[in-house]
Design a protein around this ligand. Structure first.
Ligand SMILES: *Cc1c(COP(=O)(O)O)cnc(C)c1O
Length: 214
């Protein structure tokens, strides 16, 4: 299988990289780790013109902050283990699409292969959804504080968070997102393996989750 690595923000580059055999564009927006945004409307319209299906992992934004179906994306997937669950006591996922696609998935995939959420977890998820708007507003406010602290820190070269006005995709975010969620990344000045390791080891805030570095 051919694999092409691209910056998804560059729609023209995506168009060039498409092959006559391309069937699906699977994306995440914001993109993982560098938090660049993808113009969902432009991407969906490019894909539709060529008969390509689009699938987005919308876990970072939650359905509150980004609504990809309204921009023409075909299928939205979520981990419900994160913000949607919110209490670290359930694991699950969700697929959202139109009736025709969901009915196919239900008949041919879900019934045969699907992991089926037990009633206990389903009820915990319903409980969690009731507080989602409050939790997401707080996540956004807290992350913005952390981002501002980091951007003013002398050891930090750049903060990657679409809620900061100097983020390269800030304007697109204003049109496409209604909140910025709680996950961000940053680059150290003159980073080495040693300095990055030191920062991770010194991070004492228990709610920080450092998942990796580039
Ligand atoms: C965590 C995560 C997943 C995987 O979710 P699990 O419920 O842990 O399997 C998928 N996509 C994104 C963007 C995530 O952050």
């Amino acid at each position: 299988m051919d694999r092409t690595l691209l910056y998804l923000t560059d729609i023209a580059a995506i168009e060039q990289a498409l092959l006559p055999t391309t069937k699906v564009i699977y994306l995440e927006c914001p993109t993982d780790h560098n938090f660049m945004l993808v113009d969902l409307k432009a991407l969906a319209s490019l894909a539709k013109n060529k008969g390509i299906r689009t699938i987005i992992d919308n876990t970072w934004s939650t359905p509150l902050f980004q609504k990809p179906l309204t921009h023409g994306i075909d299928i939205v997937v979520h981990s419900t283990s994160k913000y949607l669950g919110g209490h670290s006591d359930l694991m699950g996922g969700a697929v959202i699409s139109n009736k025709q696609i969901i009915s196919k998935l239900f008949t041919y995939e879900f019934i045969l292969f699907g992991g089926i959420m037990p009633p206990q977890e389903a009820s915990q998820l319903l409980r969690s959804l009731r507080t989602l708007p409050i939790r997401m507003a707080r996540h956004t406010a807290n992350a913005l504080k952390v981002a501002k602290f980091l951007e003013s820190h002398s050891a930090v070269e750049a903060v990657h968070y679409p809620g900061l006005p100097y983020h390269p995709d800030y304007e697109l975010g204003q049109r496409q997102l209604t909140g910025y969620s709680g996950l961000l990344s940053f680059t150290l000045k003159n980073a080495t393996y040693g300095t990055v390791k030191e920062v991770i080891n010194k991070a004492s805030i228990s709610n920080w989750c450092i998942v990796g570095f580039l």
